[in-house]
Design a protein around this ligand. Structure first.
Ligand code: GTP
Length: 344
């Protein structure tokens, strides 16, 4: 089976992290995000993955190479200009010759795609879309389906009296090569707004699967933080190795936190429900809670960080306090006794 991951977006909602690296390789629990998707696809029986790239493509290629280390064949396609989701799928046409799993490259999930492909085949579908239920349907584009799973309608940001369901597009599809024939070549084209409405119009067999599994789009700062904390809270049942070095004995690290083994921790550092990336150094009495600290960052003595994302290679000087959804881009320097996110 083959798969294509759409990994070419600029990730504007995840700035500042995505200024220097593309969203698909921002790290979640200290690993470039796409590892989670690639391993999941491999588990579902996929032998070959195409990565559709556009924004900073060489950085993604550098991380995964030809996929040998992961035991999955990876090929890359770089669009001359961003072609949108369906346009990127069309751009891969010459490499697509069978049923294909298509993923947005920013979805963290543990849905069983082998089961989804099986159902897709049993139904003789041209397209199958994975849907997830949401609590607040008014904030999303909804996908209406019949009781036998047929896709009926796409409802974009419906008004309260138009809401007939609570299922949204999960950004994961199973498509037959026939779907390619409805997408124009070399033009920007979208699955949601163009290809899928066209499939309905053409009366192609178009089915849905409503998933109750873990699902999160990591594409905003708050969901990026959430994704990190959900992985370490084991919400996806992934295996995580948590190192506890003897040299960290005088620090207090809770059971959830994930601290890279290259990190230097001084006396009485407290780390709670957090992810600390490679080569960080955290000085005495600093307290970090519900946060992600990216690699090579130095945190000086008595700093407090809560519910925040601190980029790579930052310097947080002594006794600073950083709270409540603060997001610092790479190379930020914060001077002694600074206060961020604190009410005055
Ligand atoms: P925002 O700028 O924050 O909206 O993020 P984004 O650029 O990633 O857009 P969006 O979240 O809507 O994209 C969904 C998925 O499609 C992501 O995995 C993107 O990488 C991917 N994607 C979006 N546009 C393109 C494109 O033009 N080409 C390719 N190859 N992938 C794309």
């Amino acid at each position: 089976m083959q798969a294509i991951i759409l990994a070419g977006g600029k990730g504007t909602r995840l700035r500042p992290l995505t200024l220097s690296i593309p969203k698909p390789i921002t790290t979640i629990a200290n690993r470039p995000f796409l590892y989670y998707q690639l391993e999941m696809l491999k588990k579902a029986g996929v032998e070959e993955v195409i990565l559709g790239l556009s924004y900073q493509p060489e950085k993604i290629m550098e991380v995964f190479g030809n996929g040998e280390k992961l035991g999955i064949k990876i090929r890359y396609l770089v669009e001359p200009e961003p072609l949108g989701t369906a346009g990127a799928y069309k751009f891969a046409e010459s490499l697509i010759n069978r049923t294909t799993i298509v993923f947005n490259g920013d979805i963290l999930t543990n849905i069983d795609m082998a089961m989804a492909v099986k159902l897709h085949r049993e139904r003789n579908a041209t397209a199958t879309i994975i849907l997830v239920p949401v609590e607040n349907p008014s904030a999303y584009g909804l996908v209406e389906t019949s009781t036998d799973g047929k896709v009926l309608r796409f409802l974009e940001k419906p008004k309260a009296n138009e809401i007939t369901c609570n299922t949204i597009n999960a950004g994961m599809y199973v498509l037959e090569p026939k779907a390619l024939s409805y997408i124009p070549r070399s033009q920007e084209h979208s699955f949601e707004y163009q290809l899928f409405p066209r499939l309905l119009k053409e009366k192609e067999p178009f089915y849905s699967i409503i998933s109750k599994d873990y699902w999160l789009d990591i594409g905003t700062n708050s969901r990026y933080l959430q994704a990190n904390l959900d992985v370490i809270a084991n919400k996806l049942s992934l295996e995580i190795t948590r190192t506890r070095l003897a040299a960290w004995q005088s620090a207090h690290i809770d059971d959830l936190s994930l601290v890279d083994e290259t990190v230097n921790l001084e006396t009485n550092v407290e780390i709670t429900n957090s992810v600390i990336g490679a080569n960080c150094a955290i000085e005495r009495e600093a307290k970090i809670k519900d946060s992600v600290i990216l690699p090579n960052t130095k945190i000086k003595a008595n700093v407090i960080i809560e519910k925040s994302i601190i980029g790579e290679n930052c310097l947080i000087k002594e006794s600073s306090t950083i709270l409540k959804g603060s997001v610092l881009g790479n190379n930020t320097s914060i001077s002694d006794f600074s206060q961020i996110g604190l009410e005055l």
